[in-house]
Design a binder for this molecule. Structure first.
Ligand SMILES: [Zn+2]
Length: 347
């Protein structure tokens, strides 16, 4: 390996997936010797779903646990989660709770345990944290969770919208990997074959099992969780978000900036994947059909976003992450952006 390809690989040490595995949270924290004091970060709703349960399970295993309620992925909640004595932080909730807890743990330099209550994005097992800073969402490098406890009983009961968004986030690896290969070919960027194939496989596991995903929520959730974790792991192996974040993610981040009311991350990435696959001259129709079958949004209207905001996002997406070379290259003109959105039926 060339020296410039050197990077650190960080992965979770324990992953539990199954019905009722939440009851093992105390056992897991004991076995990892994380210390005595825990901060449990949870949301107002997810507290009732699982947050209180995790706090009391930790107490009965001999930990001192303190609950912090987070109402959104912003700096204020990260600061609140950092207050108090903690040897480790447990995030019990959806994507934004996870983002807050992960970043707080990283800032405090303590381990982070991820207990997702919905499967809406691949942040559940990755080192990436998405936080609102100065009005817009930014992706910040944080610590990879030391443990992931994915209770299927809880996850399979979360609203369908989150499930569909999670599918969109995994499917988006389809264009992330194409972008990565393109950057390798045209710019000589390092391409990690294993990480790339793992990310591709995560996407493919959903695309080739759409019928199962759409008809059996329990089996679908099991598959989705594994795909989301594999996607997170592919980033851990690559040492960057490259395998699971390409032009479609840049489009989603651009929507966060230009649209007054953005949709869910995974929903936006799914729609982005349709359009970026079109630009790659890949199977964008297959992606669109799969998302439709999963009842995930495939149009601006279904995202609740005005066509003009969507086009604007397409034209500025290439600036979102300077240095990340993708199919957007130097950017799309407004005419080209409109053409792509119309041809794919997004607007
Ligand atoms: Zn994502």
């Amino acid at each position: 390996m060339k020296k410039r390809d050197a990077h650190k690989i960080t992965l979770p040490r324990v992953i539990l997936r199954g019905d009722g595995v939440i009851d093992k949270v105390g056992e897991v924290c004991q076995s990892l010797e994380l210390g005595k004091n825990a901060i449990v970060v949870t949301g107002p709703t997810t507290r009732k779903v699982a947050g209180d349960r995790v706090a009391s399970l930790l107490k009965s295993s001999g930990f001192a646990s303190q609950i912090v309620i987070s109402k959104g992925a912003n700096e204020e909640n990260v600061e609140a989660a950092k207050k108090g004595d903690a040897d480790f932080i447990v995030g019990v909730g959806g994507g934004s709770v996870n983002d807050v807890a992960k970043l707080a743990a990283s800032d405090k330099n303590v381990p982070f345990v991820s207990v997702p209550t919905s499967a809406a994005n691949d942040g559940i097992a990755s080192s990436r944290s998405s936080i609102k800073r100065a009005g817009s969402k930014t992706s910040i490098e944080a610590e990879t969770p030391i443990a992931v406890i994915a209770d299927i009983e809880i996850l399979s009961k979360s609203p369908h919208r989150y499930f569909a968004a999670g599918c969109g986030d995994v499917i988006s690896n389809y264009t992330s990997v194409l972008d990565w290969k393109l950057a390798h070919k045209e710019k000589g960027e390092y391409y990690g074959v294993y990480a790339g194939e793992l990310a591709w496989m995560s996407s493919n596991s959903i695309l080739s099992n759409v019928e199962l995903m759409a008809s059996d929520r329990i089996e679908g959730t099991k598959l989705l969780i594994e795909a989301l974790i594999s996607s997170g792991v592919s980033m851990g192996i690559a040492g960057s978000t490259r395998p699971a974040s390409g032009s479609e993610h840049m489009f989603s981040h651009a929507l966060e900036v230009v649209a007054p009311k953005p949709a869910l991350h995974g929903e936006q990435c799914g729609v982005g994947t349709i359009m970026m696959a079109f630009l790659h001259q890949a199977d964008w129709e297959g992606i669109k059909n799969a998302l439709e079958r999963l009842k995930a949004p495939t149009t601006a209207k279904e995202l609740g976003i005005e066509p003009e905001h969507l086009i604007k996002a397409l034209t500025v997406a290439h600036n979102i992450r300077p240095g990340r070379y993708t199919i957007l290259r130097d950017g799309l003109s407004a005419e080209k952006a409109e053409h792509v959105a119309r041809k794919t039926g997004v607007i």
